[in-house]
Ligand binder design. Structure first.
Ligand code: ASP
Ligand code: MG
Length: 586
């Protein structure tokens, strides 16, 4: 007998008709012999409606009272669904988060799940009941050990479902929603977006802006860490939807079920060389030329960085494995002869990266990473960030020291520390999906002192104001007085607050100055096969060059290549890249 956890979202249980339809679906599944735990959201928009009720009483309602209020939404659905099931002759019992024993942190409105007591559910399952659990809520033990109702944060029912599947060691967790699954890109922007049959949890996290609307990132992170088979499918039909996979298979330990730490692992990759091509022409096709040449030479490039530039020249920096250095050098020299520009090579470098879904939306994490390195006297040569990963290139001799200090700072255990991991790929495609983030602006601080601590101070200052920097890039070009350039992107809305943050900093660095880039869009291609496919980045750059789109900035991460383009080019760039990697439906 298989144990399934099924979650039905707000629209799927939006009215009585829908609840009856969901009950029928569950009844069929039960009759097919499965054990079932069903998690539901509040009906339709009722969480929004409850929030508005509170806001019409107070602009700033206490968070404890908000949790008391919002948790009632799901309580309505569980009881109605259980009534509907009993009406169909299926024994069903509804339970609130507290009744189940979903123990969370005490942070109201954003509590993480620490533990789930499963005795009561197991007893009910044994007696043949379908257990209907209220999503999005739990209970904290409270400061004075008095239980308090907590909620997990908007969209949190997905997280409840995956956490329950983990605690119950369920065979599968199925998320029923109003879309057919996860698509290769946003169908509102690209009409021929296609359903993905599978996607890895890591890919899903890197495709945050595409995926988060379908699945709560915290739910994806839990499924990733514990290797829970997760399916997203439509509640309107019987199509199989999208299956999320993970290679990781952690067992539940003493630490909380949802790791309360934002950083999940640290990785050191040694024996790297940094190749810098500076003052090369700034025009569409140059990056494509370069990386196609390298890929034809069989060279697998890891990190690629292109920062903003002054005038009509460009700098591109990338890392390769030391063993490929000789060949890379020859190829680059030839290219420079043709294009102009300078070539610089730095040997004996290492790449240090932190990863975790908790990095997303928490600007303080990158800042803390940079600060820890700077306090250890380690200078950052290159920086590149993605949704769930921050990478720096540092001198090889600082590698172990950096690894040790950063692991301590983020309280990472041995099993979370990875040294020179091999890229395992199970035949995943080089590009699985493409996401576009419009409404971004790009800023650069030019001539920042090239000493430990500069990036840390910059990122911390934004973090203190709660501003997320999306793509942070520090490249190799040296400015007057040997300064560096750090470029970053942020939401357009945050730009107005940036001056207040930067003015005091520019006082500390009188030689540095700010340069406002154009309104931009970020386009990211993501694929778990990328680390083992040679030339993916080159192909993405070619797709853009073919459409005569200039790339303003590049930042890559293991499974993601991000290009910053002018805002007007955003949709066109998305369509071109989507088509180039043959993601469009046939
Ligand atoms: N009802 C909650 C919300 O609307 C939780 C959920 O639906 O996942 O955010
Ligand atoms: Mg949802």
């Amino acid at each position: 007998m298989t144990l399934l956890v099924q979650k039905f979202g707000g629209t799927s249980v939006g009215n009585i008709e829908r609840i009856k339809a969901v009950a029928k679906r569950i009844a069929l599944c039960k009759e097919a012999g499965h054990e079932l735990v069903v998690v539901v959201s509040a009906m339709g928009n009722s969480t929004d409606e409850l929030t508005n009720l509170a806001l019409s009483v107070s602009k700033n309602p206490p968070s404890r009272e908000m949790d008391m209020l919002l948790s009632t939404g799901e309580q309505v659905t569980i009881s109605l669904l259980s009534i509907a099931l009993n009406e169909l002759g299926i024994s069903a019992t509804s339970m609130t988060g507290s009744q189940v024993g979903i123990i969370t942190e005490s942070a109201h409105g954003k509590a993480r799940i620490l533990e789930i007591k499963t005795d009561r559910i197991k007893e009910l399952l044994k007696n043949g009941h379908v257990v209907v659990v209220a999503g999005f809520q739990g209970t904290s033990l409270g400061t004075s050990k008095t239980a308090e109702i907590t909620t997990l944060g908007r969209g949190g029912s997905d997280t409840s479902a995956v956490a329950l599947a983990t605690a119950l060691k369920a065979d599968s967790c199925e998320i029923y929603t109003d879309v057919p699954g996860v698509l290769t890109t946003d169908p509102r922007k690209v009409a021929d977006a296609q359903l993905m049959t599978t996607v890895t949890c890591d890919e899903m996290l890197e495709l945050a802006s595409l995926g988060a609307a379908v699945l709560h990132p915290r739910a994806v992170e839990i499924a990733r860490n514990y290797g829970i088979p997760l399916v997203v499918r439509s509640s309107w039909d019987n199509q199989p939807g999208t299956t999320l996979t993970s290679k990781e298979k952690r067992s539940l330990g003493k630490e909380g079920l949802e790791l309360s730490k934002p950083v999940n692992s640290i990785e050191l990759v040694e024996k790297q060389s940094v190749i810098g091509l500076s003052h090369i022409p700034d025009q569409p096709g140059i990056a494509a030329d370069l990386f196609e040449t390298l890929s034809e030479g069989g060279i697998n490039v890891d990190l690629i960085i292109q920062s903003t530039h002054q005038g009509n020249s460009n700098d591109i920096t990338f890392t390769i494995a030391e063993e490929d250095l000789k060949r890379t050098k020859l190829l680059c020299q030839k290219l420079i002869q043709r294009l102009g520009g300078n070539l610089t090579i730095q040997e004996k470098m290492s790449k240090l990266s932190i990863r975790g879904a908790g990095i997303m939306g928490r600007p303080g994490i990158a800042a803390k990473f940079f600060e820890t390195l700077s306090k250890s006297g380690i200078n950052l040569r290159l920086i590149a960030t993605s949704e769930v990963k921050v990478s720096c290139v540092i001198n090889a001799e600082s590698g172990n020291k950096g690894l040790r200090y950063v692991s301590e700072a983020f309280d990472l255990k041995d099993k979370q520390i990875k040294i020179n991991p091999t890229n395992i790929c199970n035949g995943e495609p080089e590009v699985r999906g493409v996401a576009l983030d419009p409404n971004q602006v790009q800023l650069s601080v030019i001539n920042i002192p090239d000493i430990p601590g500069s990036a840390a101070i910059l990122c911390q200052s934004f973090a203190d104001e709660g501003i997320c920097l999306h793509t942070i890039v520090q490249s190799e070009r040296k400015y007057e007085s040997n300064g560096k350039i750090i470029s970053f992107t942020m939401n357009k809305d945050d730009r107005k607050n940036a001056d207040d943050i930067l003015i005091p900093l520019l006082k500390v660095w009188p030689q540095a100055y700010l340069e406002d880039g154009k309104a931009i869009a970020r386009i990211s291609a993501v694929g778990a096969g990328m680390p083992v496919s040679i030339g993916t980045a080159g192909r993405m750059f070619r797709a853009l060059a073919n459409a005569n789109i200039n790339i303003l900035m590049i930042a890559t991460s293991e499974i993601r290549t991000t290009c910053i383009v002018a805002e007007n080019d955003g949709i066109k760039a998305l369509k071109e890249v989507h088509k180039f990697f043959k993601l469009a439906s046939k």
